[in-house]
Design a binder for this molecule. Sequence first.
Ligand code: MUC
Ligand code: MG
Length: 379
Amino acid sequence: MATLDLSDTYIVDVPTIRPHVLAMATMHYQSMVIVRLIDSDGVEGIGEGTTIGGLSYGEESPESIKSAIDTYIVPVLQTCDIAQVGATMAKVAKCVRGNHFAKCAVETALLDMAGKRLGVPVSELIGGGRRRDSLPVAWTLASGDTARDIAEGEEMLDRRRHRIFKLKIGKREVRADVAHVGAICKALGNRASVRVDVNQNWSEAQAKLGMAMLHDVGCELVEQPIAGDDIAAMARLSQSQPVALMADEALHGPRSAMRIASAHAAGVFALKIAQSGGLFATAEVAAIGAASGIGLYGGTMLEGGIGTIASAHVFATLPELAWGTELFGPLLQTEEILSEPLTYGDFSLTLPRGPGLGVTLDPDKLARFRRDRAAPTLH
Ligand code: MUC
Ligand code: MG
């Protein structure tokens, strides 16, 4: 039996290495909600809940994630044996609807504690356990400028850091976006896989035109071209277009995965731990996708080191991950908030072997980037 002794939730704002231009927002920094839990035996767990561009991406903001955890989830944890992660999260689900990002942060911290108690990595607590020690990692070219994106892609190839590139489009006119993608496909040639993410910004008619043109210029995958709640239109596009359609914003856990799979509305799933509502739910989404013949991709909410490695622990358990991952979030930030940076190289991210998440926070960096600039006191 383990009871919750202390908790601390805070927002850290870390600048990005360059503006990150998406259809719905341009990021100059990333705001991450960090939760720390300590049990009655002194075991500590850390978790992260991170979204993109305030409320422009989804329905939870950094501020709402923090408030959901402090005001509604922590009081539930205080009534649970938090060593039993599944049972604890089931009780949280009964008391708190939605709020997937907040739940994911808490579940991550509980799994980190459970792994430390048992002396095993989090990946051993999910599904059939860890199947791989490293994951291929894509990079997003989103400076807003074609020449700069090509130079950045070349640099990543030279450094053997990434050979899968995702381009953020949907902000400009369809033909201008396709010209941008075509120029990058041409420059990088068969040395790289080029994909795009429209972040829901096209109408169905624009998507029809855009997807056909993107296929012709060598783009391999089109992520969430239209509104994520328009499953019928996603199905029409997915079934009529030669280029694969990946569901991202449409996926909010197992039930949405089931709806998309039954409607044949996507050829690929972008798995995201926060959007799914946690690591366990992500494994369920993956299982639904795999059983339906849908390809899997390890997505990101551009989390920092904790959310990134938590995602990696789940993705490392999957039998098939045909489209790789995009777990590059910490590399987009000017500084890593972990005491030991994550290991990237040879186009991959290597998973740590230690118990729990296998990472620790750097207290000095946290004190510097913490929004409230308060000394990290637990309450
Ligand atoms: C998204 O919509 O997939 C992932 C990579 C990136 O650059 O932005 C994200 C969010
Ligand atoms: Mg996306």
